[in-house]
Design a protein around this ligand. Structure first.
Ligand SMILES: NC(=O)c1ccc[n+]([C@@H]2O[C@H](COP(=O)([O-])OP(=O)(O)OC[C@H]3O[C@@H](n4cnc5c(N)ncnc54)[C@H](OP(=O)(O)O)[C@@H]3O)[C@@H](O)[C@H]2O)c1
Length: 287
């Protein structure tokens, strides 16, 4: 798939928009939460970590009602959810219902793992989900729990300069080893959290209807391709040994092809490789 040009920030701003919104971010300590806090810095941001509000419990009484909720708090341990599907559902379904109870329009983040990957082509919003894993099921039920005033934003393969993600794991392994074994038969869109945060801002600043929106990086690749690109861009001398999903043997099944595209007028994100370069530059600045 070719390298698309970003057209973020090119459309009409929402004339009804409150100038300085009270924006509440859940899961603010996570990789997307950190990026959203930066992207919405011009607003009045209340960034809540798990210690401030464990979303498995109802909204704390003292919490001021916001104009917008960016709900990123989630159980994101895909393999761990197979062992504790109830625990994953408490956060991803119950927690989303609680966030919706704040009564403000909400952006609820969901995942490419709501699809089974059997389409063999990019998934658009009108495709029927069929999750393969407990995590995917919890995210799909979480979409429904977000309610009628929700933008359900599905994204995929997130990476950023903070937290746990594939990019940071590869940088660590690539510095330690001559070779890493990486899955080469799953294809998706590695999405830089900075680009997803900017696209989220564009989505909520414009007059777009509530509903499901696919926001993922342009282009697509396998995990092995992504690892090779990371080593190349970071100047690490480490080989990628291409293995199959079966050889890797993860606990949770994952879709073979979960490329996300939009059949609506969604903001377009830059190419995943541009996201990689930007993210490495941020890491370099903070070294
Ligand atoms: N990561 C991906 O590849 C990916 C792909 C597609 C969609 N998504 C979705 O995108 C969103 C953001 O993901 P992310 O990658 O930023 O995840 P992340 O880095 O794991 O951050 C999730 C945050 O949620 C917090 N959290 C977990 N349980 C909580 C609870 N019960 N109450 C309050 N906070 C809780 C975590 O806190 P602790 O650190 O204390 O656990 C963490 O700060 C999630 O909805 C995820 O499902 C992620």
């Amino acid at each position: 798939m070719g390298r698309a040009h970003a057209r973020m920030g090119t459309r009409t701003p929402n004339p009804h928009r409150v100038s300085r919104r009270r924006v509440l971010i859940t899961g603010a300590g996570g990789q997307l939460g950190v990026a959203l806090s930066a992207a919405f810095a011009a607003d009045d941001v209340r960034a809540l970590r798990r210690d401030d509000w464990d979303v498995r419990f109802p909204v704390p009484e003292a919490l001021a009602r916001p104009d917008l909720v960016l709900h990123t708090a989630a159980w994101t341990d895909v393999d761990g959810a197979e062992d504790d599907p109830q625990g994953a559902a408490e956060v991803n379904v119950g927690g989303t219902a609680h966030a919706a109870e704040l009564g403000a329009p909400i952006v609820a983040y969901s995942s490419d793992y709501v699809f089974d990957g059997s389409k063999g082509a990019p998934y658009v919003e009108s495709d029927s989900p069929r999750p393969l894993s407990a995590y995917g099921r919890s995210k799909l039920h979480g979409e429904a729990a977000a309610g009628a005033r929700a933008w359900v934003v599905r994204s995929s393969w997130l990476f950023g300069p903070t937290g746990h993600n594939f990019l940071r794991t590869m940088l660590r392994l690539g510095a330690e080893r001559d070779e890493v074994a990486v899955v080469a038969d799953q294809r998706g869109c590695p999405t830089y959290v900075g680009h997803l945060a900017a696209a989220t801002r564009e989505l909520v600043d414009e007059v777009v209807p509530f509903g499901v929106w696919h926001l993922a990086a342009a282009g697509d690749c396998t995990w092995a391709d992504f690892a090779e690109a990371i080593f190349e861009e970071a100047g690490l001398d480490c080989r990628v040994r291409r293995i199959t999903t079966a050889e890797f043997g993860a606990r949770a099944p994952r879709p073979a092809v979960s490329i996300l595209r939009s059949d609506k007028a969604a903001p377009e994100l830059p190419h995943w490789r541009d996201g990689l370069v930007e993210c490495l530059a941020v890491l370099e600045r903070h070294r």
